[in-house]
Design a protein around this ligand. Structure first.
Ligand SMILES: [Zn+2]
Length: 251
């Protein structure tokens, strides 16, 4: 499977933990031996407009650097989705993250909702009618949930649990009680790790989650699946956690 990246994701576009120096370097270092990195282009403004209001886009534009990197991140999610639709599993190694970006506002280190923009693009091209978004980040992706609220064909899933066992159980059960979808998209946040903010999951659990979502996609989505990076802030473990997930997620 391919990992989608752009050198400009190394840039420190702002001062928050998602934009921190060394964060992308740690992941690339852990992945480059086993995975091929390919470069993305930027999303177009009409891609952003399928999710976000004009005023929100204009407000992000006031910081040209954030806007440029934000368009590349959304572009990376779109490329991952397009590849997945064509039967090639892909992961968008992108930042800024997106799941706290709602149609008209954003917070939590997010600006544009990368995964929602990617799903809406496939929908607009009439490639898909339905999608399941599984978000295993520590934080609830309010932006993604707000984007698809009321939709009968797009579902947002954010498993919860007070310990490792209950979290994994909730993830597995909520995944398998769901129905068929044209594609599954993963908001992959790694801040629930035992050495990150959430203090819960072990590195091998990300392999398990990757394997479960792969199996779900094969059974329910013709194998179509892609993921994008959301949170994850401890650079000492982030790379091996992403690698563990991708080892389970790949074909
Ligand atoms: Zn998070």
């Amino acid at each position: 499977m391919k990992v989608i990246f752009h050198q400009r994701f190394y840039e420190h576009y702002t001062y928050d933990p998602a934009a921190a120096p060394g964060r992308m370097e740690a992941i690339v270092k852990a992945l480059e031996k086993d995975f091929e990195l390919i470069e993305t282009g930027p999303a177009l403004e009409r891609d952003l407009e399928r999710v976000h209001g004009r005023q929100h886009i204009q407000s992000v534009k006031r910081d040209p650097l954030v806007y440029e990197i934000g368009c590349l991140a959304a572009g990376g999610a779109i490329l991952a989705a397009e590849m997945a639709f064509d039967g090639q599993t892909a992961f968008g190694l992108i930042r800024p993250p997106g799941h706290h970006a709602s149609p008209h506002s954003c917070w939590g280190f997010c600006y544009f909702n990368n995964i929602a923009i990617a799903i809406k693009r496939l929908f607009n091209e009439e490639k898909i009618e339905s999608a399941l978004i599984l978000d295993f980040d520590l934080h609830y992706g309010d932006g993604t949930a707000n984007t698809f609220r009321g939709s009968k064909t797009m579902s947002y899933l954010h498993p919860e649990g007070t310990n490792r066992e209950t979290f994994l159980k909730d993830l597995q059960q909520s995944l398998w009680r769901d129905k068929r979808y044209d594609i599954i998209a993963i908001s992959a946040g790694f801040d629930r790790h035992e050495e990150d903010w959430g203090g819960l999951l072990k590195t091998e659990d990300y392999f398990t989650i990757g394997k479960w979502t792969k199996e779900f996609s094969i059974e329910n989505c013709n194998g179509r699946r892609f993921g994008v990076l959301e949170g994850g802030y401890n650079h000492a473990v982030l790379g091996k956690n992403v690698r563990s997930f991708l080892q389970g997620f790949k074909d």
